[in-house]
Write a new protein. Structure first.
Ligand code: DAH
Length: 340
């Protein structure tokens, strides 16, 4: 037994001097110290040793195991350190090398205007509601006091998907969806894409609108005018004035076109305002009583105003863009001019 112990100690010494990697170390360690390893086997053999020899042999064997454990432990520490050093050396990067240039993107002018409008109106207490782009005839026209034979349907060349379904021509359709589902007080903003069969320098078959609707007791045209003054100053500059001109929309009565004093020339007359000193920015009016009634809102109790504007139009005015196509072509040379 003593010889066997000595032999194992020598084997360990020999094996240890050869070990290079932690994997190798683990294998050798298991071979001697593992559950079925050499030292454990000797421990089991103790049963066959005469009782009087057991204590002294046991001591020797325990000492061997302890020495072996210590050797392996210190070796493990050394090998791990060496391996880590090697890995660091291999994975070393030169942090002084110049980085790859990642050019910043910019928001599209439409997005900028949309965000600005939402920010202005939500500051006045409006909530955003987005309706569907595929609408049925009822929401886009009939409920907006524009029945099938109404001449105002010709104001908007509509893309029909079926006799009843169409691509909405105006975000005004969202007004009805809101009024059907919510009772006054109502104060919503409805941005979104709209579609019309129309195409030139200032028109596109797809464009975006922003609709607003306020319904409550005692709402008057003065409230509309006051709110628009505030809005125009915020978006075009504090010196800007607004004026209302009579107009016609089937879903409002009275209806108005809203002009702002030209922020380019201050109202003297220039190319932007075509010499008039005023620029048309949106349509608006008091919600027609028939529209309220159709949505189950009593027009003798509640009144409201609505307004709708083209987001591209506002963007073109605000940034001096002369062709609407620029807003849809995605030309990076154009878009990068809007970097914040
Ligand atoms: N829907 C109209 C259009 O597309 C714009 C408009 C006018 C919206 C008057 C309104 C409004 O809410 O009151 O031409």
């Amino acid at each position: 037994m003593k010889d066997k112990i000595k032999e194992i100690e020598e084997q360990i010494n020999a094996a240890v001097s050869d070990i290079q990697t932690s994997k190798n170390l683990m294998e050798i360690k298991m071979k001697f110290l593992g559950k079925t390893g050499e030292i454990s086997a000797l421990m089991k053999n103790m049963r066959d040793v005469p009782a009087e020899e057991r204590p002294s042999l046991g001591k020797i064997l325990n000492a061997l195991r302890q020495r072996a454990e210590e050797r392996f432990a210190s070796l493990e520490e050394k090998i791990k350190k060496a391996e880590l050093k090697k890995r660091y050396a291999e994975e070393k990067i030169d942090v002084t090398l110049p980085g790859k240039d990642m050019p910043d993107g910019a928001y599209h002018p439409n997005t900028l205007v949309r965000q600005e409008l939402i920010s202005i109106f939500s500051g006045m207490g409006f909530e955003v509601f987005e309706g569907p782009e595929i609408e049925n005839d009822y929401y886009n026209f009939t409920a907006l006091n524009t029945p099938a034979d109404h001449p105002a349907r010709d104001m908007q060349d509509t893309f029909y998907l079926s006799p009843d379904l169409l691509l909405r021509t105006q975000t005004s359709a969202g007004q009805i969806r809101v009024m059907e589902n919510k009772k006054p007080p109502i104060k919503i903003l409805s941005p979104g894409k709209v579609y019309r069969s129309d195409d030139d320098a200032t028109h596109s078959p797809m464009f975006s609108q922003m609709e607003g609707l306020v319904v409550d007791k005692g709402i008057t045209l003065c409230d509309l005018k006051g709110m628009l003054d505030e809005f125009a100053k915020k978006i075009f500059g504090s010196g800007v004035k607004t004026r209302l001109r009579p107009s016609y929309f089937p879903f409002t009565e009275p209806s108005v076109e809203v002009d702002v004093s030209c922020f380019e020339c201050g109202g003297k007359g220039c190319r932007l305002c075509k010499g008039t000193g005023w620029i048309e920015v949106l349509g608006a009016g008091m919600v027609n009583r028939r529209v309220l009634e159709g949505c189950g809102i009593d027009p003798d109790v509640y009144t409201g105003f609505a307004f709708g504007m083209g987001i591209e139009r506002i963007a073109m005015l605000k940034y001096g863009i002369n062709n609407m196509k620029l807003l849809f072509e995605g030309d990076v040379r154009f878009l990068k001019q809007f970097k914040g």
